[in-house]
Write a protein that binds this ligand. Structure first.
Ligand code: NAD
Ligand code: DAU
Length: 350
Protein backbone atom coordinates (compact mmCIF):
# COMPACT_ATOMS: atom_id res chain seq x y z
CA UNK A 1 0.00 0.00 0.00
CA UNK A 2 1.26 3.52 -0.82
CA UNK A 3 1.78 6.26 1.71
CA UNK A 4 -1.29 8.11 2.97
CA UNK A 5 -1.65 11.55 1.42
CA UNK A 6 -2.00 14.46 3.84
CA UNK A 7 -2.56 17.96 2.48
CA UNK A 8 -1.13 20.82 4.52
CA UNK A 9 -2.35 24.17 3.20
CA UNK A 10 -0.32 27.33 3.77
CA UNK A 11 2.82 25.26 4.26
CA UNK A 12 5.08 28.00 2.86
CA UNK A 13 4.02 30.49 5.53
CA UNK A 14 5.32 31.07 9.04
CA UNK A 15 3.51 28.40 11.08
CA UNK A 16 2.81 26.16 8.07
CA UNK A 17 6.51 25.74 7.30
CA UNK A 18 7.14 24.54 10.87
CA UNK A 19 4.20 22.14 10.61
CA UNK A 20 5.33 20.77 7.22
CA UNK A 21 8.89 20.27 8.47
CA UNK A 22 7.64 18.41 11.55
CA UNK A 23 5.33 16.11 9.57
CA UNK A 24 7.86 15.36 6.83
CA UNK A 25 10.55 14.49 9.36
CA UNK A 26 8.45 12.65 11.96
CA UNK A 27 6.14 10.74 9.60
CA UNK A 28 7.99 9.01 6.75
CA UNK A 29 4.87 6.80 6.38
CA UNK A 30 2.85 9.84 5.21
CA UNK A 31 3.08 11.73 1.92
CA UNK A 32 2.87 15.44 2.71
CA UNK A 33 1.41 17.67 0.01
CA UNK A 34 1.99 21.34 0.70
CA UNK A 35 -0.71 23.38 -1.07
CA UNK A 36 0.15 27.08 -1.09
CA UNK A 37 -0.54 29.99 -3.46
CA UNK A 38 2.74 31.72 -2.50
CA UNK A 39 1.22 35.09 -1.69
CA UNK A 40 3.49 37.82 -0.26
CA UNK A 41 3.56 35.73 2.96
CA UNK A 42 4.50 32.41 1.38
CA UNK A 43 8.16 31.62 0.83
CA UNK A 44 9.60 28.30 -0.33
CA UNK A 45 12.95 29.32 1.14
CA UNK A 46 11.32 28.44 4.47
CA UNK A 47 11.30 24.78 3.43
CA UNK A 48 14.76 24.29 1.92
CA UNK A 49 15.65 21.52 4.36
CA UNK A 50 12.70 19.30 3.36
CA UNK A 51 12.24 20.04 -0.34
CA UNK A 52 14.25 16.97 -1.41
CA UNK A 53 12.52 14.57 0.98
CA UNK A 54 10.78 11.71 -0.84
CA UNK A 55 7.61 12.06 1.25
CA UNK A 56 7.17 15.76 0.38
CA UNK A 57 5.55 17.53 -2.56
CA UNK A 58 4.73 21.19 -3.20
CA UNK A 59 1.78 22.33 -5.32
CA UNK A 60 1.21 25.99 -6.06
CA UNK A 61 -2.59 26.24 -5.87
CA UNK A 62 -4.87 29.01 -4.68
CA UNK A 63 -7.43 27.40 -2.36
CA UNK A 64 -10.18 29.59 -3.80
CA UNK A 65 -9.58 27.96 -7.21
CA UNK A 66 -12.40 25.40 -7.03
CA UNK A 67 -11.44 23.58 -10.25
CA UNK A 68 -7.80 23.16 -9.24
CA UNK A 69 -8.69 21.98 -5.74
CA UNK A 70 -11.30 19.51 -7.04
CA UNK A 71 -8.86 18.20 -9.60
CA UNK A 72 -6.27 17.58 -6.86
CA UNK A 73 -8.71 15.85 -4.49
CA UNK A 74 -10.21 13.69 -7.26
CA UNK A 75 -6.85 12.63 -8.68
CA UNK A 76 -5.72 10.69 -5.59
CA UNK A 77 -7.01 9.63 -2.20
CA UNK A 78 -6.57 12.42 0.30
CA UNK A 79 -6.49 10.94 3.77
CA UNK A 80 -6.57 14.19 5.71
CA UNK A 81 -6.23 17.96 5.51
CA UNK A 82 -4.44 20.30 7.90
CA UNK A 83 -5.64 23.72 6.83
CA UNK A 84 -3.46 26.73 7.66
CA UNK A 85 -3.60 28.80 4.46
CA UNK A 86 -5.03 32.21 5.31
CA UNK A 87 -4.66 35.91 5.09
CA UNK A 88 -3.29 36.32 8.60
CA UNK A 89 -2.46 39.96 9.32
CA UNK A 90 -5.02 42.05 11.23
CA UNK A 91 -3.78 45.42 9.88
CA UNK A 92 -4.13 44.24 6.29
CA UNK A 93 -7.67 43.04 7.05
CA UNK A 94 -8.58 46.55 8.17
CA UNK A 95 -7.50 48.07 4.86
CA UNK A 96 -8.59 45.20 2.61
CA UNK A 97 -11.24 42.93 4.17
CA UNK A 98 -12.39 41.27 0.94
CA UNK A 99 -9.16 39.28 0.48
CA UNK A 100 -9.80 37.82 3.93
CA UNK A 101 -13.33 36.76 3.00
CA UNK A 102 -12.06 35.15 -0.18
CA UNK A 103 -9.19 33.10 1.22
CA UNK A 104 -10.30 32.52 4.79
CA UNK A 105 -14.01 31.89 4.21
CA UNK A 106 -14.47 30.91 0.55
CA UNK A 107 -11.15 29.03 0.40
CA UNK A 108 -12.06 27.02 3.50
CA UNK A 109 -15.46 26.07 2.07
CA UNK A 110 -13.85 25.04 -1.25
CA UNK A 111 -11.55 22.72 0.69
CA UNK A 112 -14.38 21.34 2.86
CA UNK A 113 -16.44 20.54 -0.25
CA UNK A 114 -13.55 18.82 -1.98
CA UNK A 115 -12.69 16.76 1.11
CA UNK A 116 -16.35 15.84 1.59
CA UNK A 117 -16.72 14.75 -2.05
CA UNK A 118 -13.46 12.89 -2.57
CA UNK A 119 -11.52 12.55 0.71
CA UNK A 120 -11.00 9.49 2.91
CA UNK A 121 -13.58 10.70 5.43
CA UNK A 122 -13.90 7.21 6.93
CA UNK A 123 -10.36 7.24 8.27
CA UNK A 124 -8.96 10.78 8.05
CA UNK A 125 -10.09 14.20 9.13
CA UNK A 126 -10.19 17.90 8.26
CA UNK A 127 -8.24 20.02 10.75
CA UNK A 128 -8.83 23.78 10.77
CA UNK A 129 -6.01 25.80 12.36
CA UNK A 130 -7.61 28.88 13.84
CA UNK A 131 -6.99 31.74 16.22
CA UNK A 132 -7.94 32.93 19.70
CA UNK A 133 -9.01 36.23 18.11
CA UNK A 134 -12.40 34.67 17.30
CA UNK A 135 -13.28 35.08 21.00
CA UNK A 136 -12.89 38.87 20.84
CA UNK A 137 -11.14 40.70 23.63
CA UNK A 138 -10.62 40.21 27.36
CA UNK A 139 -10.43 42.85 30.08
CA UNK A 140 -7.78 42.75 32.81
CA UNK A 141 -8.90 39.30 34.07
CA UNK A 142 -10.00 35.90 32.82
CA UNK A 143 -8.97 33.61 29.99
CA UNK A 144 -10.57 32.26 26.83
CA UNK A 145 -11.87 28.70 27.18
CA UNK A 146 -13.42 26.53 24.47
CA UNK A 147 -16.83 27.64 25.80
CA UNK A 148 -16.18 31.38 25.42
CA UNK A 149 -18.74 32.75 22.91
CA UNK A 150 -17.41 33.94 19.59
CA UNK A 151 -17.19 37.74 19.43
CA UNK A 152 -14.74 38.70 16.66
CA UNK A 153 -13.78 42.37 16.34
CA UNK A 154 -11.53 42.70 13.27
CA UNK A 155 -12.27 41.69 9.68
CA UNK A 156 -9.49 39.08 10.10
CA UNK A 157 -11.04 37.52 13.20
CA UNK A 158 -14.54 37.74 11.67
CA UNK A 159 -13.29 35.77 8.67
CA UNK A 160 -11.61 33.15 10.88
CA UNK A 161 -14.74 32.89 13.06
CA UNK A 162 -16.81 32.40 9.93
CA UNK A 163 -14.53 29.65 8.65
CA UNK A 164 -14.62 27.94 12.09
CA UNK A 165 -18.41 28.01 11.88
CA UNK A 166 -18.37 26.44 8.41
CA UNK A 167 -16.09 23.67 9.65
CA UNK A 168 -18.39 22.98 12.61
CA UNK A 169 -21.44 23.14 10.34
CA UNK A 170 -19.95 20.52 8.00
CA UNK A 171 -19.47 18.27 11.02
CA UNK A 172 -23.08 18.71 12.19
CA UNK A 173 -24.71 18.67 8.75
CA UNK A 174 -22.63 16.14 6.81
CA UNK A 175 -20.91 14.32 9.71
CA UNK A 176 -17.56 15.34 8.26
CA UNK A 177 -14.77 14.38 10.68
CA UNK A 178 -13.29 17.72 11.74
CA UNK A 179 -11.24 19.22 14.50
CA UNK A 180 -10.42 22.88 15.24
CA UNK A 181 -7.75 24.56 17.34
CA UNK A 182 -7.62 28.19 18.42
CA UNK A 183 -4.14 29.41 19.25
CA UNK A 184 -2.61 32.55 20.72
CA UNK A 185 0.22 34.65 19.20
CA UNK A 186 3.15 32.64 17.88
CA UNK A 187 6.79 33.73 17.83
CA UNK A 188 9.81 32.11 16.20
CA UNK A 189 11.83 31.89 13.00
CA UNK A 190 10.46 32.60 9.49
CA UNK A 191 7.69 34.99 10.56
CA UNK A 192 6.91 37.68 8.00
CA UNK A 193 8.13 41.06 9.32
CA UNK A 194 4.73 42.72 9.26
CA UNK A 195 4.11 41.05 12.64
CA UNK A 196 5.26 42.73 15.86
CA UNK A 197 8.43 40.81 16.78
CA UNK A 198 10.21 40.46 13.40
CA UNK A 199 9.12 44.00 12.42
CA UNK A 200 10.73 45.41 15.58
CA UNK A 201 13.91 43.32 15.11
CA UNK A 202 14.20 44.55 11.53
CA UNK A 203 13.67 48.18 12.54
CA UNK A 204 16.16 48.02 15.42
CA UNK A 205 18.87 46.64 13.14
CA UNK A 206 18.21 49.52 10.71
CA UNK A 207 17.89 52.19 13.43
CA UNK A 208 14.33 52.89 12.33
CA UNK A 209 11.50 54.03 14.66
CA UNK A 210 9.72 51.24 16.56
CA UNK A 211 5.99 51.90 16.01
CA UNK A 212 4.10 50.95 19.17
CA UNK A 213 0.33 51.21 18.71
CA UNK A 214 -1.61 53.36 21.19
CA UNK A 215 -0.08 53.27 24.66
CA UNK A 216 1.50 49.85 24.16
CA UNK A 217 -0.65 48.43 26.95
CA UNK A 218 -2.40 45.73 24.93
CA UNK A 219 -1.60 42.22 26.10
CA UNK A 220 -0.80 39.14 24.02
CA UNK A 221 -0.08 35.53 25.09
CA UNK A 222 3.04 34.38 23.22
CA UNK A 223 3.75 30.77 22.24
CA UNK A 224 6.90 29.28 20.66
CA UNK A 225 5.91 28.31 17.11
CA UNK A 226 7.44 24.82 17.43
CA UNK A 227 5.18 24.20 20.42
CA UNK A 228 2.20 25.18 18.27
CA UNK A 229 3.37 22.82 15.51
CA UNK A 230 3.70 20.01 18.08
CA UNK A 231 0.19 20.76 19.38
CA UNK A 232 -1.15 20.54 15.82
CA UNK A 233 0.55 17.16 15.36
CA UNK A 234 -0.92 15.89 18.64
CA UNK A 235 -4.42 17.15 17.88
CA UNK A 236 -4.36 15.85 14.31
CA UNK A 237 -3.62 12.30 15.48
CA UNK A 238 -5.26 12.20 18.91
CA UNK A 239 -7.94 14.91 19.09
CA UNK A 240 -11.61 14.01 19.08
CA UNK A 241 -13.74 14.74 16.04
CA UNK A 242 -16.09 17.69 16.39
CA UNK A 243 -13.98 19.19 19.18
CA UNK A 244 -12.17 22.47 19.60
CA UNK A 245 -8.85 22.75 21.47
CA UNK A 246 -7.37 26.02 22.72
CA UNK A 247 -3.59 26.37 22.51
CA UNK A 248 -1.63 29.01 24.44
CA UNK A 249 1.70 29.80 26.00
CA UNK A 250 0.54 30.90 29.45
CA UNK A 251 2.89 33.78 28.76
CA UNK A 252 1.23 37.20 28.75
CA UNK A 253 3.13 40.35 27.84
CA UNK A 254 2.11 43.98 27.48
CA UNK A 255 3.38 45.05 24.05
CA UNK A 256 5.52 47.85 25.49
CA UNK A 257 7.19 45.52 28.01
CA UNK A 258 7.92 43.02 25.25
CA UNK A 259 9.42 45.74 23.04
CA UNK A 260 11.60 46.95 25.93
CA UNK A 261 12.82 43.41 26.57
CA UNK A 262 13.61 43.05 22.88
CA UNK A 263 15.51 46.36 22.89
CA UNK A 264 17.64 45.28 25.87
CA UNK A 265 18.58 42.00 24.19
CA UNK A 266 19.28 43.72 20.87
CA UNK A 267 21.57 46.29 22.56
CA UNK A 268 23.58 43.41 24.00
CA UNK A 269 23.69 41.39 20.76
CA UNK A 270 24.53 44.38 18.55
CA UNK A 271 27.13 45.76 21.01
CA UNK A 272 25.17 48.95 21.46
CA UNK A 273 25.02 51.05 24.62
CA UNK A 274 22.26 50.03 27.02
CA UNK A 275 19.16 52.07 26.18
CA UNK A 276 20.13 52.87 22.57
CA UNK A 277 17.46 50.69 20.90
CA UNK A 278 14.70 51.81 23.30
CA UNK A 279 15.29 55.40 22.13
CA UNK A 280 13.73 54.30 18.82
CA UNK A 281 10.34 53.53 20.46
CA UNK A 282 7.67 55.75 18.89
CA UNK A 283 4.03 55.70 19.96
CA UNK A 284 1.79 55.80 16.89
CA UNK A 285 -1.96 55.94 16.20
CA UNK A 286 -3.67 52.89 17.60
CA UNK A 287 -4.98 50.03 15.46
CA UNK A 288 -8.71 50.48 14.80
CA UNK A 289 -10.79 48.22 17.05
CA UNK A 290 -7.57 47.02 18.75
CA UNK A 291 -8.36 44.04 21.02
CA UNK A 292 -7.05 44.82 24.50
CA UNK A 293 -6.02 41.43 25.81
CA UNK A 294 -5.84 37.78 24.78
CA UNK A 295 -5.12 34.95 27.21
CA UNK A 296 -5.71 31.25 26.70
CA UNK A 297 -6.84 28.53 29.05
CA UNK A 298 -5.25 25.46 27.42
CA UNK A 299 -6.21 23.02 30.19
CA UNK A 300 -8.41 20.88 27.90
CA UNK A 301 -5.46 20.17 25.60
CA UNK A 302 -3.10 19.75 28.54
CA UNK A 303 -5.35 17.32 30.43
CA UNK A 304 -6.83 15.39 27.52
CA UNK A 305 -3.87 15.12 25.17
CA UNK A 306 -0.99 15.78 27.59
CA UNK A 307 0.43 18.70 25.62
CA UNK A 308 2.15 21.63 27.32
CA UNK A 309 4.58 24.32 26.12
CA UNK A 310 8.15 22.99 26.14
CA UNK A 311 10.22 26.15 25.76
CA UNK A 312 10.57 28.86 28.40
CA UNK A 313 9.97 32.30 26.91
CA UNK A 314 13.43 33.68 27.77
CA UNK A 315 15.05 30.80 25.92
CA UNK A 316 12.68 30.86 22.91
CA UNK A 317 12.89 34.64 22.57
CA UNK A 318 16.71 34.62 22.49
CA UNK A 319 16.69 31.80 19.94
CA UNK A 320 14.20 33.75 17.81
CA UNK A 321 16.26 36.92 17.89
CA UNK A 322 19.41 34.94 17.04
CA UNK A 323 17.66 33.38 14.03
CA UNK A 324 16.76 36.79 12.56
CA UNK A 325 20.26 38.13 13.23
CA UNK A 326 21.82 35.07 11.60
CA UNK A 327 19.42 35.25 8.64
CA UNK A 328 19.63 38.92 7.70
CA UNK A 329 19.60 37.94 4.01
CA UNK A 330 16.21 36.24 4.50
CA UNK A 331 14.93 39.35 6.25
CA UNK A 332 16.31 41.66 3.54
CA UNK A 333 14.85 39.57 0.73
CA UNK A 334 11.36 39.39 2.19
CA UNK A 335 11.38 43.09 3.09
CA UNK A 336 12.34 44.24 -0.40
CA UNK A 337 9.86 45.10 -3.14
CA UNK A 338 6.21 44.84 -2.21
CA UNK A 339 6.91 44.99 1.53
CA UNK A 340 8.38 48.50 1.16
CA UNK A 341 5.13 49.68 -0.44
CA UNK A 342 3.13 48.09 2.37
CA UNK A 343 5.34 49.68 5.02
CA UNK A 344 4.98 53.13 3.45
CA UNK A 345 1.19 52.79 3.28
CA UNK A 346 0.84 51.47 6.83
CA UNK A 347 3.26 53.62 8.81
CA UNK A 348 4.33 56.82 6.99
CA UNK A 349 1.49 59.04 8.16
CA UNK A 350 0.53 57.06 11.26
P1 NAD B 1 1.24 33.48 7.15
O1 NAD B 1 0.58 34.72 6.67
O2 NAD B 1 2.66 33.53 7.57
O3 NAD B 1 1.13 32.35 6.03
C1 NAD B 1 -0.05 32.11 5.31
C2 NAD B 1 0.27 31.15 4.18
O4 NAD B 1 -0.96 30.91 3.46
C3 NAD B 1 1.27 31.71 3.16
O5 NAD B 1 2.21 30.72 2.82
C4 NAD B 1 0.41 32.09 1.97
O6 NAD B 1 1.10 32.00 0.73
C5 NAD B 1 -0.71 31.06 2.06
N1 NAD B 1 -1.96 31.52 1.42
C6 NAD B 1 -2.58 32.71 1.61
N2 NAD B 1 -3.67 32.78 0.82
C7 NAD B 1 -3.73 31.61 0.12
C8 NAD B 1 -4.64 31.08 -0.84
N3 NAD B 1 -5.69 31.78 -1.27
N4 NAD B 1 -4.40 29.84 -1.32
C9 NAD B 1 -3.34 29.12 -0.90
N5 NAD B 1 -2.44 29.59 -0.02
C10 NAD B 1 -2.64 30.81 0.51
O7 NAD B 1 0.30 32.94 8.32
P2 NAD B 1 0.70 32.24 9.70
O8 NAD B 1 0.98 33.29 10.71
O9 NAD B 1 1.68 31.17 9.45
O10 NAD B 1 -0.72 31.61 10.10
C11 NAD B 1 -1.08 30.32 9.60
C12 NAD B 1 -2.45 29.96 10.13
O11 NAD B 1 -2.46 29.95 11.55
C13 NAD B 1 -3.55 30.96 9.71
O12 NAD B 1 -4.71 30.22 9.43
C14 NAD B 1 -3.74 31.82 10.95
O13 NAD B 1 -5.06 32.30 11.02
C15 NAD B 1 -3.45 30.83 12.05
N6 NAD B 1 -2.91 31.39 13.31
C16 NAD B 1 -1.82 32.20 13.29
C17 NAD B 1 -1.28 32.67 14.50
C18 NAD B 1 -0.04 33.54 14.54
O14 NAD B 1 0.36 33.98 15.61
N7 NAD B 1 0.61 33.82 13.44
C19 NAD B 1 -1.89 32.30 15.70
C20 NAD B 1 -3.02 31.48 15.68
C21 NAD B 1 -3.51 31.03 14.47
O1 DAU C 1 -3.71 35.83 18.59
C1 DAU C 1 -3.40 35.13 17.43
C2 DAU C 1 -3.16 36.09 16.30
O2 DAU C 1 -1.90 36.72 16.55
C3 DAU C 1 -3.15 35.43 14.93
O3 DAU C 1 -4.42 34.91 14.67
C4 DAU C 1 -2.77 36.43 13.84
O4 DAU C 1 -2.67 35.78 12.58
C5 DAU C 1 -1.43 37.05 14.19
O5 DAU C 1 -1.10 38.04 13.25
C6 DAU C 1 -1.47 37.65 15.60
O6 DAU C 1 -2.33 38.81 15.63
P1 DAU C 1 -1.93 40.17 16.40
O7 DAU C 1 -2.69 41.27 15.81
O8 DAU C 1 -1.99 39.97 17.88
O9 DAU C 1 -0.36 40.23 15.99
P2 DAU C 1 0.59 41.43 15.55
O10 DAU C 1 1.98 40.90 15.52
O11 DAU C 1 0.08 42.15 14.35
O12 DAU C 1 0.47 42.45 16.77
C7 DAU C 1 0.80 42.06 18.11
C8 DAU C 1 0.49 43.23 19.02
O13 DAU C 1 1.43 44.28 18.73
C9 DAU C 1 -0.89 43.84 18.79
O14 DAU C 1 -1.42 44.27 20.03
C10 DAU C 1 -0.63 45.05 17.89
C11 DAU C 1 0.77 45.49 18.31
N1 DAU C 1 1.60 46.09 17.24
C12 DAU C 1 1.73 45.41 16.07
C13 DAU C 1 2.49 45.92 15.04
C14 DAU C 1 2.62 45.17 13.73
C15 DAU C 1 2.25 47.29 17.45
O15 DAU C 1 2.15 47.91 18.54
N2 DAU C 1 3.02 47.80 16.43
C16 DAU C 1 3.17 47.17 15.22
O16 DAU C 1 3.86 47.71 14.32
Amino acid sequence: MGKKNIIITGGAGFIGSHVVRRFVKNHPDLHIINVDALTYAGNLENLKDVEQANNYEFLRIDITDKAAIESLFSSRTIHGVIHLAAESHVDRSITNPIDFVMTNVVGTVVLLNAYKAYGDTENGRFYHVSTDEVYGTLGEDGKFTEETPYDPNSPYSASKASSDHFVRAYHETYKLPVVISNCSNNYGSHQFPEKLIPLMIHNITHNKPLPVYGKGENVRDWLWVEDHARAIETIYFEGRNGETYNIGGNNEWKNIDLVHKLCEIMDRKLDRNAGDSAKLITYVTDRKGHDFRYAIDASKLENELKWSPSVAFDQGFEKTIDWYLENTEWLERVTSGAYSDYYEAMYTSR
